[in-house]
Design a protein around this ligand. Structure first.
Ligand code: SF4
Length: 698
C-alpha cells in the first residue's frame, strides 16, 4: 500500500534556524510523511512547516531540464507561476550546452572587464559544503569578493555589532538555555511564527517559573505568556534600551567585577546613557518610566538573564546600534558567559549560520577571516592555490546598485530569490534584467530565475547529503532521501561544473571531501570529522580537536577579541530613513508568517501549507480598518514611494495602530516592491521594518 514506507532517512528540517531533526518516510522515491526525531534542538518536536512542508519536492513545477532564454524574449519581470508559459520564454537545453553558455559568458565578462564585473549570491538554504564551494568559486574563479547571501537581509547588523563587541558573530548560548534562565528577554522576534519549536522551549521555561519579558511593537503570541509585555513604538529600540541601561547605572546594578576584568569602554557607555533617563525616553518609546525601571532591575538582578532577538532589532538603519545596546546590557550586568544567560540572535534560514561561517560574505573568508588581513589571505591562498583579491566585495543591495552603475555585468545566483527578497524589488528586478548575463541555479522557476539567461535545475533539500549549522552552532547532517527529478542535478555537482568552465580543475567526489577541506581551513570545526557526524548526527562548534565535545556556552573565561576583553559601544537615537508624512501616513512592517517560508517558492507549493494560507494578506489593526472604512477580507491597495500592491485586509490587533504588517512570500503582491533600500551603515542591512505607506480600499 502507498502508505507503508519502504525506507526511513534521518535528516534535518529545511526551514528555520532551529534545526529540528526529522525522519523522511519514503516509498518509491516519494516522501510519504515526516516525523520528528530526538535531535538536540527539538527532542522530537516539529512545527507545521517541518511536519507538512515536504511535498514541494514532488511539485510538478520542479525544473527538470536546463533552460536557455529564447532569443529576443525581453526580461520584463512579468513573472508567472504557469509552467505552460515557461517554454514561451525559455527553451530546453542539454547540460553541456547550458553549462558551456553559462560558464563561457561569465568567463568572457571576467576576461574583458575583470572579476569586479561579476558577482555571486549563494544560499542559506544550501549546505555548508555548497556555500563553501560557491564562495571559493567566486573568489578564485571570478577573482572577486563580490559574494553574499541572505544573511545581509536578516542579521548582518547583529553580526557586525557582535564581532565588534565580543569578537564572534554567533550565539553565546543555545536556545535550550532558556530552561536554565531566570529571566528571558525576547525583543523584536516572533518565535511562535518564525522559530516555533524554539518558542515551545520558551513557553516550557515560563511554565517552570522563568519570567518572560517581551519587547516588541507587534504583540506576538508569545506576549500572552509574558510576565511583562512592552509594546514600544516602532523605531524606538535605542531609546528604550538606553533608558534601561540608565536605570542599571544610576541604581548601581552593574556588575563591577565583570566590567573591570572582562570589558573595555565602559566609561564612555556610562557617559552616553546618562542622557537617557526613563522619564525622558518614556514619551519617545511609549513605555512609562516605572515599567522601564522595573524591567531593567529584573534583567540586571536575576541569577541568569538571557536575551533572544530577531529581525525587529536587526532590519533597521540603526540595526547595529540596536544590537550594540543589547550587548552592552549583557556586559554591564555580567549576564553572559554562563548557562542561562547570554545573547542569542535567532537565525532565520536553516543554514544562515553555516553559510556565513563558510565564507558566503563579501568581507570575510571562511571562519570570519577578513579578506583584507594579509596573513589570513595568505593562508587561504596557500590552501586554494590561488591569488585572492584583498578588497572586500560588495553586499547584496550594493551589488544591485553596481549593476545600475554598469560596474557589474554578470551574476551567478544559487538558490536565492532577490527579485522577491531584496528591498525596493522593482529596482532589484530592473537591475537583474539589465545584466549582460544571469545564471540562476534553483529548483523552481522563481521570480529571479524568470529574469535569467540560463537556468540550471538543482536539487531540493531531501535530494542531497550535506551539513547544516543551526542557530545554536550545531553542525548537523542532512541525508539524501530521494533522487532529484528528471535531469535536475545536485548543487555540488553543478557548482563544480561551473568552476570547470571558469578554468578551475576541481574534482571533488563525495561531499565529505569538501567538508574535510573545510575542516582543514576552519579552526572552529577542526575537531568535527565526517565519521563523527555520521555517528552522532550533530556536533556543536567551537570544536577544536577530535577529543573536544564542543562548547554550547562560550565566553566563559574570555572573549575572542584583542586582550580577551569585550568592548562597550554606545549608541544614540537615529530615526528611520523614511518617516510617515501627509502623503504616506502609515508605517509598513514586513516579515514572515507561520505557514510560509521566505519568498514562498517552497511552502506555497506544499499542499497543506498552501491550503492554510493561500492568499496575500495585510494585517491591519481593527481601529485602522474602521477609520478607513475597510471591512476585513476586502481588497486594499498599499502604496509607497516605490510601488504598490493589492492584497486582502485581515483584522489583527497585534499590529500597532498606524502600522501594517505584510508577509513577503506572495509573488502576486510582492511587498518588497514597496520597502526601502536604505542601509544600516555597518551591517549594510536594509530597513525592512519601517517605511512610509498609504492604504486605500480596492
Ligand atoms: Fe523546521 Fe524550524 Fe519548524 Fe523546527 S521550528 S520544524 S526547524 S521550521
Amino acid at each position: 500500500a502507498l502508505s507503508v514506507p519502504d525506507k526511513q532517512v534521518d535528516s534535518v528540517c529545511p526551514y528555520c534556524g532551529v534545526g529540528c531533526q526529522l525522519t523522511y518516510n519514503v516509498k518509491d522515491n516519494r516522501i510519504l510523511y515526516v516525523e520528528g526525531r530526538n535531535g538536540p534542538a527539538n527532542l522530537g518536536r516539529l512545527c507545521v512547516k517541518g511536519r507538512y512542508g515536504f511535498d514541494y519536492a514532488h511539485h510538478p513545477h520542479r525544473l527538470t531540464k536546463p533552460l536557455i532564454r529564447r532569443e529576443g524574449v525581453p526580461k520584463t519581470g512579468d513573472f508567472t507561476m504557469d509552467p505552460d508559459r515557461v517554454l514561451d520564454v525559455f527553451r530546453e537545453a542539454s547540460w553541456e550546452e547550458a553549462l558551456a553558455l553559462a560558464g563561457g559568458k561569465l568567463a568572457g565578462i571576467r576576461d574583458l572587464h575583470g572579476g569586479v564585473a561579476l558577482a555571486g549570491f549563494g544560499s542559506a538554504k544550501g549546505s555548508n559544503e555548497e556555500a563553501y564551494l560557491f564562495q571559493k568559486l567566486v573568489r578564485t574563479g571570478f577573482g572577486t569578493n563580490n559574494v553574499d547571501h541572505c544573511t545581509r537581509l536578516c542579521h548582518a547588523s547583529s553580526v557586525s555589532a557582535l564581532l565588534e563587541g565580543i569578537g564572534s558573530g554567533a550565539v553565546s548560548n543555545p536556545v535550550m538555555d532558556v530552561t536554565r534562565a531566570e529571566v528571558i528577554v525576547v525583543i523584536g522576534a516572533n518565535p511562535t511564527v518564525n522559530h516555533p519549536v524554539a518558542a515551545t522551549w520558551i513557553k516550557n521555561a515560563v511554565r517552570s517559573g522563568a519570567k518572560l519579558v517581551v519587547l516588541d511593537p507587534r504583540r506576538s503570541e508569545l506576549a500572552r505568556h509574558a510576565h511583562r509585555y512592552l509594546q514600544f513604538k516602532p523605531d524606538t529600540d535605542v531609546a528604550l534600551l538606553n533608558a534601561m541601561m540608565h536605570v542599571i547605572v544610576t541604581e548601581k546594578l552593574v556588575d563591577d567585577g565583570f566590567i573591570a576584568s572582562r570589558t573595555i569602554g565602559y566609561d564612555e557607555l556610562e557617559r552616553n546613557v546618562a542622557e537617557y533617563s526613563p522619564e525622558a525616553m518614556a514619551p519617545i518609546c511609549g513605555i512609562d518610566a516605572e515599567t522601564i525601571r522595573y524591567v531593567a532591575r529584573l534583567y540586571a538582578t536575576s541569577r541568569g538573564s538571557m536575551i533572544l532577538w530577531g529581525m525587529g532589532v536587526s532590519q533597521h538603519v540603526h540595526g547595529t546600534d540596536n544590537a550594540r545596546c543589547l550587548i552592552a546590557l549583557s556586559l554591564m550586568t555580567g549576564q553572559i558567559g554562563r548557562p542561562g544567560t547570554g545573547l542569542h540572535p535567532l537565525r532565520g534560514q536553516n543554514n544562515v549560520q553555516g553559510a556565513s561561517d563558510a565564507g558566503l560574505i563579501p568581507m570575510m573568508l571562511p571562519d570570519y577571516q577578513r579578506v583584507d588581513n594579509p596573513a589570513a589571505r595568505a593562508r587561504f591562498e596557500a590552501a586554494w592555490g590561488a591569488t585572492l583579491d584583498p578588497k572586500p566585495g560588495l553586499t547584496v543591495v550594493e551589488i544591485m546598485d553596481a549593476i545600475d552603475a554598469g560596474q557589474i555585468r554578470g551574476m551567478y545566483i544559487m538558490g536565492e530569490n532577490p527579485a522577491m527578497s531584496d528591498p525596493d524589488a522593482n529596482h532589484a528586478r530592473a537591475a537583474l534584467a539589465a545584466l549582460e548575463h544571469l545564471v540562476v541555479q534553483d529548483i523552481f522557476l522563481t521570480e529571479t530565475a524568470y529574469l535569467a539567461d540560463v537556468i540550471l535545475p538543482a536539487s531540493a533539500f531531501p535530494e542531497k547529503t550535506g551539513t547544516f549549522t543551526n542557530t545554536d552552532r550545531l553542525v548537523q547532517l542532512g541525508r539524501q532521501a530521494i533522487d532529484p527529478p528528471g535531469e535536475a542535478r545536485q548543487d555540488l555537482w553543478i557548482i563544480q561544473q561551473m568552476a570547470n568552465r571558469l578554468g578551475l580543475p576541481w574534482s571533488y567526489g563525495h561531499v565529505s571531501e569538501v567538508f574535510d577541506e573545510m575542516r582543514r581551513t576552519m579552526a572552529s570545526i577542526g575537531g568535527i570529522t565526517w565519521e563523527r557526524l555520521e555517528r552522532n548526527g550533530a556536533v556543536v562548534y567551537p570544536c577544536m580537536n577530535e577529543g573536544d565535545i564542543g562548547q554550547p556556552v562560550v565566553f566563559t573565561e574570555t572573549f575572542p577579541r584583542e586582550g580577551g576583553k569585550a568592548r562597550f559601544v554606545p549608541a544614540d537615537i537615529i530615526p528611520a530613513d523614511e518617516r510617515p508624512d501627509g502623503d504616506y501616513p502609515m508605517v509598513l512592517i514586513t516579515g514572515r508568517q507561520l505557514e510560509h517560508w521566505h519568498t514562498g517558492s517552497m511552502t506555497r507549493r506544499a499542499t497543506v501549507l498552501d491550503a492554510i494560507e493561500p492568499d496575500p494578506v495585510a494585517l491591519v489593526h481593527p481601529l485602522d480598518l474602521e477609520r478607513m472604512g475597510i471591512t476585513p477580507g476586502q481588497a486594499i491597495t498599499i502604496a509607497s514611494r516605490r510601488g504598490e500592491v493589492v492584497l486582502y485586509a485581515r483584522a489583527d490587533d497585534s499590529s500597532p495602530v498606524g502600522a501594517i504588517f505584510v508577509p513577503f512570500c506572495y509573488y502576486e503582491a510582492a511587498i518588497n516592491r514597496l520597502t526601502n533600500a536604505a542601509l544600516d551603515p555597518f551591517g549594510k542591512i536594509p530597513e525592512f521594518k519601517y517605511c512610509a505607506i498609504r492604504v486605500t480600499p480596492g
